[in-house]
Design a protein around this ligand. Structure first.
Ligand SMILES: Cc1ncc(COP(=O)(O)O)c(C=O)c1O
Length: 390
């Protein structure tokens, strides 16, 4: 911790916890204390820690080849891309390394799509309260001024509309719109589901004005809500042209993806985009194994999510400081009438890892492998922590 303070850029507000190892839904610190991990590396460790099947493919593939660049083929990109096409309904994949990098690629798709029609068609419509990443392009789309203010001016031509406000969306989209971007479930903004009527309107406006509809499923995708992707909770008519995702697909290895239909795929021709690391054999092989695991776990994610939400609702009925319980699947939030940071620290001291987002929302992104007894244990800690805070 002292070395971090002396030598690492001081951009994170870390909790004073040094983690050494994990197994399943549990992690252990340097003092040997055990914690139930209900934040899972901010939604990354979907299959928990040290899953034997993930460990096995990493060990095997690391001994064969970790990286060979995109100058050559590797055996796993094509297989993973085909798998993603079959589960997403979007034909082509670009492999990146992080969520933000996937989002940047999607921005280039929107820009290239618009530019091919007219130089004025470069505007992007995003939502207020959204989060799309920290690079300058993705940051521009992030509809929270606190993240942007120190770096302005950013990308020109981005408009923000309040979530669920159909009239504002209609007013913002026009023939100069190259794309509309939204998280189907806003994560960082405090766990808000965007409803079907709004998504339908976004789809129909994108069609009307020939703009690309882009869904950011970096946090809500890859099983988190109990479907492969969150847009699959709704009518099949609300298909995006582009979907970006990351987090659990790499099981902790850096892997971000852009899935796109033919209309969006043609915007990126030879030499127009690329990455050195993205789509390496190790990350892609782990991605295939992750999706195999996910297929088996989807029903359990729905069942555990419903059970956990019911228990959180019961807590809400007993603790007046809880204003709302939101979310679906294993992407849940509990809004408090006060900042949640101290409760997160208290829960940590009681052996439960969670986090707080948007100041007042306790956020739960547990691994997909949790059982009822894990939920019961987490709820018991939350009950204690809420009581103490009152
Ligand atoms: C919805 C959403 N978009 C983008 C990002 C950025 O992804 P990454 O941190 O992998 O670059 C995140 C990260 O939390 C996210 O939740």
């Amino acid at each position: 911790m002292d070395l971090e303070k002396a030598y690492v850029l001081q951009n994170y507000g870390r909790y004073p916890l040094l983690l050494l190892r994990g197994e399943g839904a549990y992690v252990w610190d340097d003092r040997g204390r055990q914690y139930l991990d209900f934040i899972a590396g901010i939604g990354v460790n979907g299959f928990g820690h040290a899953h034997p099947r993930i460990v096995k493919v990493i060990q095997e593939q690391a001994a064969l080849m970790i990286h060979c660049s995109n100058l050559y083929y590797n055996p796993y990109q094509g297989i993973l891309a085909k798998r993603l096409a079959s589960i997403s309904g979007l034909q082509r994949t670009f492999f990146a390394n992080t969520g933000t990098e996937a989002m940047e690629g999607a921005i280039k798709m929107m820009r290239s799509h618009g530019r091919a029609i007219s130089p004025a068609k470069h505007e992007i419509v995003s939502l207020e309260n959204s989060f799309h990443g920290r690079s300058t392009g993705a940051l521009t789309l992030t509809g929270q001024p606190k993240y942007r203010k120190d770096f302005e001016p950013l990308l020109p031509g981005v408009k923000y509309v309040p979530k669920q406000d159909i009239a504002a969306l209609e007013a913002a989209v026009n023939e100069n719109t190259a794309g509309i971007v939204l998280e189907v479930v806003q994560g960082e903004g405090g766990i808000y589901l965007i409803d079907e009527a709004f998504l339908r309107k976004a789809r129909s406006l994108a069609d009307k004005f020939n703009a690309l509809l882009v869904f950011d499923e970096i946090q809500c995708g890859v099983g988190r809500v109990g479907k492969y992707f969150a847009y699959q909770m709704y009518d099949p008519a609300v298909m995006p042209d582009v979907m970006v995702t990351a987090k659990p697909i790499g099981s902790g290895l850096p892997l971000g993806v852009i899935c796109s239909n033919e209309k969006a795929s043609v915007t990126i021709g030879a030499g127009m985009h690329g990455t050195t690391f993205g789509g390496g054999p190790l990350a892609c092989r782990v991605g295939i194994e992750s999706l195999d695991l996910l297929e088996e776990l989807l029903p359990s994610i729905r069942e555990m999510g419903a059970y956990f939400k019911e228990q959180l609702r019961k807590l809400a009925s007993r603790h007046r400081m809880v204003k709302d319980v939101r979310g679906t699947g294993l992407m849940l939030g509990m809004e408090l009438d006060r900042p949640g940071k101290d409760l997160v620290t208290d829960a940590m001291n009681e052996g439960l890892l969670i986090n707080c987002t948007n100041n007042t929302v306790l956020r739960f992104l547990p691994p997909f492998i949790i059982r009822k007894k894990d939920v019961d244990r987490a709820v018991k800690v939350l009950d204690k922590v809420l009581k103490r805070a009152a």
